[in-house]
Design a protein around this ligand. Structure first.
Ligand SMILES: [Ca+2]
Ligand SMILES: [Ca+2]
Length: 207
């Protein structure tokens, strides 16, 4: 009997992993998550809210899309040619077409770097569009001439169901450019699936 439950647990776990990996491939940020639109020559930039993104801070001359040259930022783009930038204090926001689902964990990742004087203080948020409020945030210091992966996660509950999902990237820099590239926002039901299926099986085994 124990073996049957262990077998069931392993089978459910395998099924969950298959479903989870399928879900993990489907980022909710599309299509300009790598800021490759529009095509820019090396060293060029365009000001304003990046293509496909929804909102930005009012003074949008301090933000936009650029193809960094190696003299500005030696690693250049993390992927492709372009990145998003915020000079000093600004933010950009993306609204997905999706709404929060009860018990689902949403993980927002972005690569970030810094160039210029001063500090690279910055923050990323997962936002409830319906309430126009942050639900989770990570503060960090973007590093000079290196790309670092920044992550923030949020597990939705019943009170979030039906509320729109958004993300926000902001900079508190005081004299430099915080750079961003390759944004993902992935729902991950696999964790809950594994916990509920295998947790139940293990608890029953211990009785
Ligand atoms: Ca890119
Ligand atoms: Ca370049």
């Amino acid at each position: 009997m124990k073996r049957n439950k262990q077998g069931l647990c392993l089978w459910v776990a395998a099924a969950c992993l298959v479903m989870g990996s399928a879900g993990a491939r489907a980022s909710l940020v599309a299509p300009n998550a790598g800021f490759e639109d529009p095509v820019l020559s090396d060293g060029a930039n365009v000001q304003g809210t990046p293509v496909g993104w929804t909102r930005s801070s009012e003074d949008d001359t301090d933000l936009g899309t650029m193809n960094p040259g190696s003299s500005l930022f030696s690693p250049e783009a993390h992927g492709g040619d372009n990145v998003a930038y915020c000079f000093e204090n600004c933010w950009i926001q993306y609204y997905t077409d999706e709404t929060f689902q009860d018990g689902v964990t949403y993980t927002f990742t972005v690569y970030s770097g810094f160039t210029g004087s001063g500090s690279g203080g910055a923050q990323i948020q997962i936002r409830d569009i319906t309430d126009d409020d942050e639900v989770a945030a990570t503060n960090f210091n973007a590093q000079a001439d290196s790309w670092d992966l920044i992550t923030v996660s949020y597990t939705a509950d019943s009170g979030d169901v039906g509320h729109g999902i958004g993300i926000l990237i902001r900079s508190f820099s005081d004299g430099g450019y915080v750079l961003y590239d390759d944004v993902t926002l992935t729902p991950e039901p696999a964790t809950l699936c594994l916990l509920s299926a295998c947790g139940l099986a293990i608890m029953r085994r211990r009785r």
